[in-house]
Design a protein around this ligand. Sequence first.
Ligand SMILES: C[S@@+](CC[C@H](N)C(=O)[O-])C[C@H]1O[C@@H](n2cnc3c(N)ncnc32)[C@H](O)[C@@H]1O
Length: 241
Amino acid sequence: MRLYEELAPWFHLLPRPDDYADEAERYRRLILDACPGARTLVELGAGGGNNASHLKAHFTCTLADVSPQMLSVSRRLNPECEHVLGDMRTMRLGRTFDAVFVHDAVVYLTSADELSDAVKTAYTHTRSGGVALFVPDYTRETFPGEGVDTGGHDADDGRSLRYLEWTYDPDPHDTTYEVDYAVLLREPGRATRAVHDHHVEGLFPEHTWLTLLERAGFRATVDPGQGAGSPQPAFVGLRPR
Ligand SMILES: C[S@@+](CC[C@H](N)C(=O)[O-])C[C@H]1O[C@@H](n2cnc3c(N)ncnc32)[C@H](O)[C@@H]1O
């Protein structure tokens, strides 16, 4: 995906780290409600480290991602956090954490088998009595259908980015939907350029999420979306003692 490779240095001009404060607070609360006193956290698919830039005030964070370019972006924002290269379907660090957090990166798993592999990775890295928190953008039930979003920001170094994100679902009976990004990039001394990126993303019913979490060994519940500031459903898996 071009967004997480060649466009990685522009990532913090799509959403800004500040834009994540409210939702990160929701995730902090869900983690501590399930696992009071949690201190260590690993995030699978941490991307640019936007959520982590808030969570690191409360947890010692290890940030994993499959893209070396995105790890570099996050390292600059979160130099005090450990960063590791890893695919959430297969990564094995050989240690456990109080909390495992998986945010929107999970949408890049497009089959139930891939999602099951990521849930197993989370279980393997959750200590007994610990919690795993999964926050996909949508479930099949909450998917709003076709829609367009726009945004972008200006950097202090003169660079500017604006994007249009067009979401649609060509086949409502399968486990994917599609997103096209049209991104305009401006930087001093260069003509404005346009980049198109096409993403295929996973979409699963709530029942699939809960079944896969329970099958891996978690006790699973779902926290419904919390209005406009944090509309995503959050799946909480408690690893029994
Ligand atoms: C939208 S970004 C995540 C942003 C993040 N939520 C934040 O707070 O900055 C999605 C990330 O998922 C990563 N990703 C996609 N598939 C992955 C996989 N199988 N394992 C780990 N990371 C993955 C991409 O490299 C990208 O960095």
